[in-house]
Design a protein around this ligand. Structure first.
Ligand code: BEZ
Length: 181
């Protein structure tokens, strides 16, 4: 078996808790990142779920994140651990990952996790103010939901990835925090 590429578009971007050989900014075509998945076990609790990201099919869009190259001998253990960590509604999916051109390979087959609309924790769309309010109020075993959102927004900016959905929620959350003081 050769190395395997795992695409991270959420918490894996700033907290990849596994060993990898290399990492590169990458894109998946036909998907967009949305805070539409409920989190019962990380950034919320079953009685008061938080909101985390999933990918939603969207024909003319693409989603940016980081592709991690995992060494063949580590693949089984890393995916077993991630399957457990993401058991709250996520399934594995396979698609081409496109790299920012750098003179090397510009496309590889990759794996990523998505939570589709049929999973028990799916929340779906809501007005941005409502999403921000829910994130502002939610906490779970992995920490506050706001920390998740602020880390994601910061990391995307560092990587030069524009995501209006994430940045809009970030602005709304900052506004909520300012008006609460
Ligand atoms: C991620 O790409 O960071 C990710 C998102 C949802 C579930 C697992 C990983």
């Amino acid at each position: 078996m050769e190395s395997v590429w795992l695409f991270g578009y959420g918490s894996l971007i700033w907290r990849p808790d596994f060993e990898f050989l290399s990492s590169r900014v990458a894109w998946v075509d036909g998907w967009t990142r949305r805070f539409w998945q409920g989190s019962h076990d990380h950034r919320g609790i079953p009685e008061a779920p938080g909101r985390v990201v999933t990918l939603i099919p969207s024909e003319n869009e693409r989603c940016g994140g980081i592709a991690f190259e995992i060494a063949a001998p580590d693949v089984k253990d890393i995916f077993t651990a991630l399957d457990y960590r993401e058991k709250n509604g996520y399934d594995r999916c396979e698609a081409p990952l496109y790299f920012v051109p750098d003179g090397g390979d510009s496309k590889v087959e990759g794996i990523f996790y998505i939570a589709n609309q049929n999973n028990f924790a799916f929340l779906g769309d809501a007005p941005i103010e409502q999403i921000a309010k829910q994130i502002n109020q939610s906490h779970g075993p992995s920490g506050s939901n706001s920390e998740y959102l602020f880390n994601l927004a910061l990391s995307l900016r560092d990587l030069d990835i524009n995501d209006e959905h994430v940045f809009e929620i970030e602005r709304e959350l900052k506004h909520l925090n300012q008006t609460a003081q």
